[in-house]
Design a protein around this ligand. Sequence first.
Ligand code: MG
Length: 106
Amino acid sequence: MLNEQERLEIYDKATRLWGLVAQYDQCVEEMGELIVAINKYKRKVLYKEYKGDNKIVENLVEEIADVSICLEQMRHFFKDYKIDEVIEKKMQKFLGQINEMEKEQK
Ligand SMILES: [Mg+2]
């Protein structure tokens, strides 16, 4: 299994080979594929569409993996920005909303 350092080196090599814009384009494409995969999964589970299609979940997992790779790559490109601090701030806000909602439900 590749460790984080090895994955980051792969992103750097890819960027040298194809350029930064191609990497952004790939990320946009993968995110679009994830949107489609989520919608298909939702339609299968909620509306019982795609009955004969057994690849819906498999495809969703593939696209989650693709976008996870893209996000790691984007985090690597934007490593000078404090993304973990932004995540922490957003999670604290999210937790506050959950706590408020739970209080209202009691
Ligand atoms: Mg994909």
